[in-house]
Design a protein around this ligand. Structure first.
Ligand code: ATP
Ligand code: MN
Length: 534
């Protein structure tokens, strides 16, 4: 156990004077502690494998923002930003401290935002060692960045503490509550580590645009040998982490970035990659990052071994690994690049309707950004496997405390000022919808992205599809031309048209809530509705 004199007072102020504090343990020490506490076991490559408990994913409906003088008139209170009043927050905070006081606690001082101008110090206090290891990997380490200042934000995460929805103002026993006036995030009743990272992401998504005019983005980013930055926006599962890990480019980060006047900077110091179906051949960089120090979540081993079975999704499909960005061999440190030359909007269209690649006009870029479309495959309940359309503004509505239009305006200005190329990439289905077609191969998606980055799509001809008005390249190196037009890949053209029109209609319906505040050229950038029969 390490003790730091300056630490005693703030934690005592918090009311944790009876706790046994493990401060700023190294990854090895945290892993030793986690093993001793039976939080997890080691894999054959030396990674710590733990289970996060009942929750193996975030719980968006249980994420609250405290209604106070900072947030009252500024937060976009909505189905993603639920209100909690100050009195409930105060009560919950007090109960949580009472629960934690006297227990072993892991305390970590870390920071976010690779660009020093926006650096924010975060203290993470956790009930378990593995959550602290997560914070150690995902946030930036003070050792590397010389952070000695007092924390600006505090995250308190206690999976074992449950709220009482009757009296605490929560929906269920689990909760994430963000208080901007107290600069505190409380996480209870869940051991899912993603709540920690996305809690801080939500804070930055308020602070950076509101006070600094910096655009926060749910995107990954990498940079080529010429210093050209590419960013990849997309909802969960669309390929941000996978596609940004590219042996030919330096990785800036895999999930959360800011776009200031002149830079793209990572908020985090690590990555949080999906493990499902992972192979050394398809995703070598991520595969090789699962080494000593890494944190594996909710995976299964091959029976009787300590070798991870990446295809086993008995606990959840959302199996994950957390590791510091420098576990990727070609990570850029500090994680800062120039303004992007190319922006990719990733969508995993399980209807198999959107083209695998299209070039967007500036208006279309805004339209698709505000729409934030993807289609997920619903659970296999009662044999139903229909894809479900998801529209999540700015490809991250669940983390956006402000009205999405604010983020869209910031992006629009930047695209206009800096002449960025914007591409729509469908990493989802081809040859028909989920059930009939198949997911487009990673090799093809990578080849299309490489073609863009190498400038090989600058001079090819483009065809415009009649429903979405998207400009589709007629040819692309290393790709069979017929897969570029989705209609060509469907055996039944009529069902393609029906499906495409249905999706077009879903886009138009979703956009209705923005039409009052959007200029006409933006509304017109959406798809055509060909007929009312569908
Ligand atoms: P999150 O926001 O949850 O971190 P993400 O956008 O980072 O999500 P990834 O972790 O990159 O998403 O997940 C993409 C998954 O889809 C990976 O498991 C990857 O192997 C798989 N995949 C299959 N085909 C493709 C493809 N053509 N392009 C990208 N990913 C693909
Ligand atoms: Mn990711």
């Amino acid at each position: 156990m390490k003790s730091v004199s300056t630490l005693t007072s703030p934690l005592a102020d918090l009311g944790l004077q009876q706790s046994n504090i493990f401060y700023q343990l190294s990854p090895d020490e945290l892993i030793a502690s986690a093993l001793q506490r039976k939080e997890g076991v080691l894999s054959d490559t030396g990674a710590l494998a733990i289970d996060t408990g009942t929750f193996t994913g975030r719980s968006p409906k249980d994420r609250f923002i405290v209604d106070d003088h900072i947030t009252h008139d500024n937060v976009w209170w909505s189905k993603v930003n639920y209100k909690m009043d100050g009195a409930h927050f105060k009560g919950l905070h007090k109960k949580m401290i009472a629960y934690l006081n006297g227990r072993d606690l892991f305390v970590r001082d870390s920071a976010v935002c690779a660009d020093e101008k926006y650096r924010m110090n975060v203290r993470v206090i956790t009930e378990t060692a593995y959550q602290n290891l997560f914070a150690c990997h995902l946030f930036m380490c003070p050792e590397a960045n010389g952070i000695n200042d007092e924390p600006e934000w505090t995250v308190i995460a206690a999976p074992g503490f449950e709220a009482n929805p009757e009296t605490d103002g929560t929906r269920q026993k689990n909760f994430t509550v963000i208080s901007f006036s107290k600069r505190t995030i409380l996480i209870g009743g869940t051991g899912y580590t993603g709540e920690i990272k996305k809690g801080i992401f939500s804070v930055l998504n308020f602070v950076l645009p509101h006070y600094y005019n910096v655009l926060p983005m749910h995107c990954s980013a990498n940079v080529g040998a010429d210093g050209d930055t590419a960013i990849f926006f997309g909802l969960s599962g669309t390929g941000k982490t996978t596609l940004s890990a590219d042996p030919n480019r330096m990785l800036i980060g895999d999930d959360e970035h800011g776009w200031s006047n002149d830079s793209i900077f990572n908020f985090e110091g690590g990555c949080y990659a999906k493990c499902v179906g992972l192979t050394a051949e398809k995703e070598p960089q991520i595969f090789n990052a699962i080494k000593q120090g890494a944190l594996l979540e909710n995976i299964n081993f091959f029976e009787g071994t300590d070798k991870v079975d990446f295809d086993n999704i008995a606990k959840t499909e959302n199996t994950r690994v957390a590791y510091p960005v420098n576990y990727i061999s070609n990570a850029l440190i500090p994680s800062i690049g120039k303004a992007p030359k190319n922006i990719f909007f990733l969508t995993a269209d399980a209807f198999g309707v959107l083209p695998p690649i299209a070039k967007l006009t500036a208006e279309q870029a805004m339209y698709y950004f505000i729409s934030g479309y993807t289609a997920k495959v619903a659970g296999t309940e009662a044999g139903i496997n229909e894809p479900v359309t998801t529209f999540s503004a700015c490809f991250g509505e669940a983390f956006l405390p402000l009205n999405p239009v604010k983020y869209a305006e910031l992006l629009g200005n930047k695209i206009e000022q800096q002449q960025v190329n914007v591409w729509l990439i469908n990493t989802g289905w081809t040859g028909g919808p989920y059930g009939t077609g198949s997911r487009i191969s990673l090799t093809y998606t990578r080849a299309m992205i490489n073609a863009v980055l190498n400038g090989e799509l600058d001079d090819v001809s483009y065809n415009t599809d009649p429903i979405f008005n998207l400009k589709i390249p007629a040819a692309c190196p290393n790709i069979p031309a017929e897969i570029l037009q989705p209609a060509n890949t469907w055996a039944d053209k009529e069902s393609y048209e029906r499906q495409a029109n249905n999706l077009a209609l879903a886009f138009v319906n979703n956009f209705e809530k923005y039409t009052a505040t959007s200029p006409i050229n933006l509304i017109k950038a959406g798809p055509n509705i060909v007929s009312a029969v569908f």
